[in-house]
Write a protein that binds this ligand. Sequence first.
Ligand code: SAH
Length: 249
Amino acid sequence: MTRIGGVSIATAPFAALGGQAAKLGLHLTDAQIGQCGAYAAALIETNRSVNLTAITDPDAIALKHFLDSFTAYAARSWTGHERLVDVGSGAGFPGLALAIALPGLAVTCVEATGKKARAIESFAGLLGIEAQVLHARAEEVVRDQRQRARHDVATARALGSLAHCAELLLPFLKVGGDAIAWKGRIDAELPAAERALAAIGGEIAAVVPTASLGLGAELPGRHLVVLRKTRATPDRYPRTPADMKRRPW
Ligand code: SAH
């Protein structure tokens, strides 16, 4: 055990994380691995009083939160200086984890639940990461002209169907930008996603199974879906939450 920030953490899963991330072409320094461990310790500690995640043991946090977030690195070509918005960040995944892995990113986390947004802010502070954390719904944030069509990458894990992700993420992107959705099985969601993309202005650029990244054992059955924005999104998207519910794609 090691102590970081006054909290004991199991170092072994985080030592393994370095080797696993290297399979993605992502070479993390000891300091970055240390940040992941400190983040995990703070997450476990905070989760005792604030329900942030169902994943609470360090091994599982290393794989299912950090490594899973890092798979985005292999799903597209990065400059490392993108403006990235993470929608529905929860406890900060994948947004804050990617901010650790690629410190040159300008990361915005959008989270509708106050206690989660406050937790992300405190984790970022603890780790010395300058991320913008917005406690709001994405539908409102993206009406702000400083946010709409201003990002290079938009991410979402466990936010909803692929079509719903397309509607919430693409309006944030510049034309040519990529939305990345973390999914399990996707076949059943593809027809609705195609309809949404045709209206919103995007296409499916890639579907990347974790198995193709050499992580089929660590992260079984997961897919990253890359949605590329091909033209400006009409102003009426995203619709209001009520309209999205009433008329799913
Ligand atoms: N991405 C995290 C959390 C997933 S749970 C992870 O994978 O661990 C989905 C989160 O999205 C919840 O915290 C919920 O509050 C938030 N959320 C759902 N719809 C949202 C919206 N329209 N705008 C902002 N946050 C949203």
